[in-house]
Ligand binder design. Structure first.
Ligand code: IPM
Ligand code: MG
Length: 358
């Protein structure tokens, strides 16, 4: 059985870290005989140069003919923000892909490796036995996809953004969260702003109903402002957090700083058929692009999530996660995760360390 993977490296450090992830996937393919077939396509600024579009038809076609998508990152440097190439680049690429493919469930695992305790901005006693949070963010609704308007009334400029949810959307993401919690520590925290917003009141009601289908899972509600505080104060108390698109965007960035580098956290975006797009949570880091020093971990771990969620290859996914862990435990560091006295490896050298454990 051939497994077709669309490879969208994108901009900035995207191509460098993608290269690392592909090396790892090829090694896993050799070892477990999985018949991967990779097809590269352009996205973001890289696509704009050739097609004058951030998400061209050609790329759309390659994605729709694939079994899963491995995505790098898109976006350019601030100093070039005025160029047409970068205008709307992130939303034209990422939001368009999410919409075109119906990706409604975004899973962002946040793990603090005990070996990397020193780079976490959180104190050792707060990290405790470790931090392992899974943020399940609704990705297809909310204020992101409601009507956006800018207008003028009586000489005054106005803007409105409509936040919308229907109960089916909420139930669908709720089920993803509770089902995923079954194979974890069996706790779901649903985050909303039900003291103010109508969408959040509906959210809370529906999630509560869904929770009754999962009696073995511990369930709590939390207001988003409180959650922002608790995620920093007592992060190890969280297991699965399920929340709406906008709150998930913000909370996942807050949580992503806990491990100490944005280069560590992968993500998965799935549709109803479990077709998925997998990408690092961090950005394109144009400041370090092209220097061969970017941390490939988030991209490599995104490839592991691809094997797990799109292909059901749990053992193979674990072999990648375990190899990354062993590389770290064996003191391999890229520059973003090295502390004083530790020498930093290049992207390629670090990747070789990971490969040596597969
Ligand atoms: C993310 C990003 C996107 C989002 C942007 C680039 C549109 O911040 O994936 O979290 O807001 O969803
Ligand atoms: Mg974001």
């Amino acid at each position: 059985m051939i497994r077709r993977i669309a490879v969208l490296a994108g901009d900035g450090i995207g191509p460098e870290v993608m290269d690392a992830a592909l090396k790892v996937l090829r090694r896993v393919d050799e070892r477990f005989k999985l018949s991967f077939e990779f097809k590269e396509a352009l996205i973001g600024g890289a696509a704009f140069e050739k097609y004058s579009a951030h998400f061209p038809e050609e790329t759309r076609k390659i994605c729709s003919e694939s079994d899963a998508i491995l995505f790098g990152s898109v976006g350019g440097p601030i100093s070039e923000a005025h160029l047409e190439k970068w205008r709307g680049c992130e939303s034209n690429s990422i939001l368009a892909l999410r919409k075109a493919l119906g990706l409604f469930a975004n899973l962002r695992p946040i793990k603090v490796y005990p070996e990397l305790r020193a780079i976490s901005p959180i104190k050792g006693e707060v990290i405790g036995e470790g931090i392992d949070i899974l943020i399940v963010r609704e990705l297809a609704g909310d204020i992101y996809f409601g009507e956006h308007r800018t207008f003028e009334k009586s000489g005054c400029r106005y803007a409105t953004d409509l936040a919308e949810y229907d109960e089916n959307q909420i139930a669908a993401i709720g089920r993803v969260a509770f089902e995923t919690a079954r194979s974890r520590r069996k706790k779901v925290t649903s985050v909303d702003k039900a003291n103010v917003l109508a969408t959040s009141k509906l959210w809370r009601g529906v999630i509560k109903e869904i929770s009754q289908e999962f009696s073995e899972i511990e369930y709590e509600d939390m207001l988003v402002d409180n959650c922002a505080m608790q995620i920093i104060r007592r992060p190890s108390d969280f297991d699965v957090i399920v929340t709406s698109n906008m709150f998930g965007d913000i909370l996942s960035d807050a949580a992503a700083v806990l491990p100490g580098s944005l280069g560590l956290t992968p993500s998965a975006s799935l549709n109803a058929e479990r077709f998925g797009l997998y990408e690092p949570s961090g950005g394109s880091a144009p400041d370090i692009a092209g220097r061969g020093v970017a941390n490939p971990i988030a991209q490599i771990l995104s490839a592991a999530l691809l094997l797990r969620f799109s292909f059901g290859l749990e053992k193979e996914a674990l072999s990648i996660e375990d190899a990354v862990y062993r590389a770290i435990a064996g003191s391999a560091r890229t520059v973003d995760i090295a502390v004083e006295g530790e020498s930093a490896l290049s992207t390629a050298e670090f990747t070789d360390k990971v490969l040596s454990h597969i």
